[in-house]
Design a protein around this ligand. Structure first.
Ligand code: AKG
Length: 262
């Protein structure tokens, strides 16, 4: 799948591109169904809160056939290769789960801030693809972005510990105030199946889900194969140590799997 010129320009100018209903209901239903099983597993890749509530699931392709297909899906990979200008591998692949009335939030950050400071990723030739597994509205903890904040590259941010996750380069209130004063904020919303491509240097955060509706998002963080990380100090499910080029599968791979034809 190739993005058109307008879509590429939007991504480059705003730092993100939202594509409503990029994946079908059948495809997202298959992923949601498998997520129920996944969150019953006890694995190091599935951190939990102190009360045992799952927070994330990392590297899902290791223990889920459906997510293994998603990782190599052409509707995600081909635009990412187009935007990054070359072949890519998976730096991180996870679901961030926000059950109804949940507590999970994430402070302001640029993902590349952490990838650069901790993993020593040489350049910001990396990006994220988010897939909404549920309808996302203003109440169930949408990701919040500062448009155009990618244009200044990586910003100063101290590395701090974060509950249920690895250390993290958190942007200061002053930096966020300045960026938001210049560019405002947006919270992309949309139906399940919506895809959101966003730049590795785009400032973003998220608030708890205060609604009765679940909100699970997949995040596939893709890095160019010539930009592999230099520091392998973090567990590889936070920061892949192996550069293995992702080759796109056929477009109907997940649909066929979901219909039991795969
Ligand atoms: O899912 C969310 O609400 C935010 C996730 C996020 O900021 C991240 O994974 O970097």
């Amino acid at each position: 799948m190739r993005l058109n010129t307008e879509q590429v320009e939007t991504y480059e100018r705003e730092g993100f591109l939202e594509i409503p209903a990029l994946f079908s209901e059948v495809e997202t239903a298959a992923l949601r169904a498998d997520l129920k099983r996944i969150f019953t597993l006890e694995r190091p890749e599935i951190p939990r809160s102190s009360t045992g509530v799952p927070l994330l699931a990392h590297r899902l392709e290791r223990y889920s056939e459906a997510f293994a297909l998603l990782l190599r899906h052409p509707r995600m990979l081909e635009p990412a290769m187009q935007l990054l200008g070359g072949p890519v591998y998976s730096h991180q692949f996870k679901v961030v789960t926000k059950p109804p009335f949940g507590k999970l939030d994430l402070p302001w950050h640029q993902d590349y801030g952490t990838w650069h400071a901790i993993d020593e990723m040489p350049e910001c030739r990396a990006m994220n693809f988010a897939l909404f597994l549920h309808d996302v509205n203003e109440f169930n903890g949408p990701i919040i972005l500062i448009p155009r904040s990618h244009s200044d590259g990586v910003l100063d941010a101290p590395v701090e510990p974060l509950d249920g996750s690895s250390a993290f380069a958190k942007l200061s209130d002053e930096t966020v105030a300045q960026l938001a004063g210049e560019h405002g904020m947006v919270a992309p919303k949309g139906v399940a199946g919506t895809g959101l491509f966003f730049h590795g240097c785009l400032a973003h955060a998220s608030v708890p889900n205060i609604s009765p509706w679940p909100r699970d998002n997949v995040y596939s963080s893709l890095n160019r194969t010539d930009n592999g990380i230099r520091n392998h100090g973090r567990p590889e499910f936070y920061a892949n140590h192996t550069v293995e080029e992702l080759i796109p599968l056929p477009d109907n791979c997940l649909q066929q799997f979901a219909l039991g034809l795969g």
